[in-house]
Write a protein that binds this ligand. Structure first.
Ligand SMILES: [Zn+2]
Length: 168
């Protein structure tokens, strides 16, 4: 049978508060309190360090703002617009390759045209300045003259005499 409180008997009430823990000042994890000493504000050393870094950075920033080292105006962007136009130019049609075929003259007249051209190139063209080629040309032409002399009836003397008579 429960005992009814007696209204005329004064009751002393004592309320005890005991800290059981608090949340970490950085990560908000529960940090239980052992009951001895000052209760810890952080769960770990790394949380304490991070909180300190943020506090000191904030203090530094406030100091820099106060001294004018840090500008607090709005951040502006300066934008340059560059328009690149790429024009596609059609490639010129490939030129047909000009084949330089060496046609060896087969007649006396064709040889004359060729030898006249050689003379012209030696007098007016690049070949006249290419002196390192002259010796082999000279030997080739001597061979031509010797072959003419061998071929001509009576030999080179008759050929020379008739040729100079004809040109007179
Ligand atoms: Zn923590």
């Amino acid at each position: 049978m429960p005992t009814e409180p007696q209204p005329d008997v004064p009751v002393e009430v004592h309320v005890y508060e005991q800290l059981l823990g608090r949340s970490c000042g950085w990560c908000r994890q529960h940090v239980s309190y052992s009951g001895r000493g000052r209760p810890a504000s952080y769960c770990s050393k790394s949380c304490r360090n991070r909180a300190w870094e943020v506090r000191s950075a904030e203090a530094r920033l406030q100091r820099d703002i106060a001294t004018g080292a840090v500008r607090t105006g709005p951040v502006r962007e300066v934008i340059r617009e560059t328009v690149v136009q790429t024009r596609l130019v059609p490639e010129p049609a490939a030129q047909p390759r000009v084949e330089t075929t060496t046609v060896v003259p087969a007649t006396a007249n064709a040889w004359r045209v060729h030898l006249d051209e050689l003379t012209r190139q030696l007098r007016e063209g690049e070949l006249g300045r290419q002196h390192w080629h002259h010796e082999k040309l000279y030997r080739a032409l001597i061979d031509v003259v010797a072959a003419l002399g061998e071929a001509y009836p009576g030999g080179i003397e008759h050929l020379q005499r008739n040729a100079s008579r004809r040109s007179r």
